[in-house]
Design a protein around this ligand. Structure first.
Ligand SMILES: Cc1cc2nc3c(=O)[nH]c(=O)nc-3n(C[C@H](O)[C@H](O)[C@H](O)COP(=O)(O)OP(=O)(O)OC[C@H]3O[C@@H](n4cnc5c(N)ncnc54)[C@H](O)[C@@H]3O)c2cc1C
Length: 405
């Protein structure tokens, strides 16, 4: 891509102020464009529970000026069975660490904390809350976003960052085809003494996952934990959350039962039903492109939904560096570059996450017992995770077009 001549300042409309939209807004703003980020909520609030962000995500956040110091706590990710038996420990990659200038691989934090840091560096006036996107009209040399309140804004590029039920994606590609993955996730965090720092567990019983990871909460050590369980679409949860999760964790090895006991369920726990959509072969159409859940919702297994949304926003602006967004052909070439960079990679991660969801939560007896014997006594799980997830993500880190630290 030719980045010797700076591109003219053009207009970029972004729909949705989640992590993907915030990242795209920062990245296009740094590239010198006039950016408006439209959000349907009346205010953009930092919301959400436990997430793990990996080195490539932290690197692009820092590249956009976000302060990542003490944002999260680093840990080695270990897969175990529910009795605590170690199945595999995800290895660190020294080349990736050196390239990022950040030790480790996964950092545990609250989604809300990461969003707060992104909002802290957002230029004033860029976010337009209370704007519910309704539809767009595309002309040869521009695109106009229309909102429910009757207002509109004309831009050169429209970015759909409006999440899993994306109205922008529905208009661009037709019905979304969302389907329930047969699992739900409980996300919680707490302060709890004597929980080992520097290590996080993803542990499984026959059909439930219970996991924890160290985090920093307002600079202080805390622990995020989560439970993934089989769940049917439309199935209502009617019980008491504390009792439900405490029962799940009965018999699990320490510290998981203690984490439930230490949690303020009223304030620090919420539930999340997991949906996916069929993979799209391309995310760009005319003057519209996408980031995040709008085109690739991810079930929790790659631990990467928020991370990939942030990377998408950064990559979209990066692939359009030096491109005059008003020029239709040049824009199409830049968007094709973006699609090549991201679509295959994220689709692969989403597929892996879905597969692991089926494998760990919906494998019928007696195959589930066989699976557990194999995972407890062989290195198959490690081989699968390295081959299907870690290798590509590390390559991405090692080749990220940012100044080495
Ligand atoms: C509230 C919330 C909490 C979450 N918590 C966790 C968590 O704790 N752990 C975890 O691993 N994952 C969590 N996730 C999922 C994970 O964070 C997602 O993968 C990630 O948020 C995807 O980012 P995104 O920017 O693509 O979409 P989203 O985060 O879904 O953001 C989309 C934004 O678009 C806005 N929007 C939607 N429609 C319109 C419209 N028509 N007009 C204007 N604006 C619109 C929405 O209000 C929202 O702000 C959470 C998601 C949400 C929404």
């Amino acid at each position: 891509m030719d980045i010797t001549t700076p591109a003219p300042r053009r207009r970029v409309a972004i729909i949705g102020a989640g992590p993907g939209g915030l990242a795209a807004a920062l990245a296009f703003h740094h590239a010198g464009h006039e950016v408006r980020l439209f959000e349907r909520q009346d205010a953009v609030k930092p919301l959400g529970g436990a997430v793990l962000l990996s080195l490539p995500v932290l690197s692009v956040l820092r590249d956009m000026g976000v302060d990542i110091r003490e944002l999260g706590a680093s840990g080695v990710t270990e897969f175990r069975n529910h009795r605590g038996r170690l199945r595999t420990r995800l290895p660190f990659n020294p080349r990736a660490e050196a390239r990022a200038g950040i030790p480790g691989w996964h950092y545990g934090m609250l989604r809300s904390a990461a969003i707060e840091r992104m909002l802290a560096v957002m230029p004033p006036g860029l976010i337009h809350p209370g704007k519910h996107f309704a539809r767009y009209d595309e002309q040869a040399d521009s695109i106009t976003a229309h909102f429910d309140d009757g207002t509109r804004w004309e831009a050169d590029l429209l970015v759909g960052a409006d999440g899993i039920r994306s109205a922008v994606a529905r208009q661009a590609f037709g019905e979304l085809g969302l389907f329930h993955c047969g699992i739900q996730v409980w996300l919680a965090w707490c302060h709890c003494d004597d929980v080992p720092r520097g290590v996080g567990w993803i542990s499984h019983s026959r059909n439930v996952q219970a996991s924890f990871f160290p985090i920093l909460h307002e600079g202080k050590p805390a622990v995020e934990w989560w439970v993934v369980e089989p769940w049917k679409e439309g199935q209502r949860f009617a019980g008491d959350v504390r009792t439900h999760l405490t029962n799940h964790l009965r018999g699990w090895t320490d510290p998981l039962p203690r984490l439930a006991a230490a949690t303020d369920f009223e304030r620090n726990c919420f539930r999340w039903d997991i949906y996916n959509r069929p993979a799209l072969p391309s995310w760009s159409k005319g003057r519209v492109s996408f980031v995040g859940d709008a085109v690739h919702p991810v079930s929790p297994y790659a631990a990467y939904g928020m991370g990939m949304a942030i990377e998408d926003g950064w990559w979209l602006a990066k692939c359009l560096e030096g491109v005059d967004l008003a020029q239709r052909d040049a824009l199409a070439q830049g968007l094709a570059r973006y699609d090549r960079q991201r679509v295959g990679y994220t689709n692969k991660n989403a597929k892996l996450a879905r597969y692991l969801g089926y494998l760990f939560h919906r494998t019928p007896w007696p195959l589930s017992a066989l699976r557990d014997v194999v995972f407890d006594h062989t290195r198959l799980l490690e081989a699968m995770l390295v081959e299907t997830y870690l290798k590509d993500a590390e390559t991405q880190m090692e080749t990220l077009p940012i100044a080495a630290r």
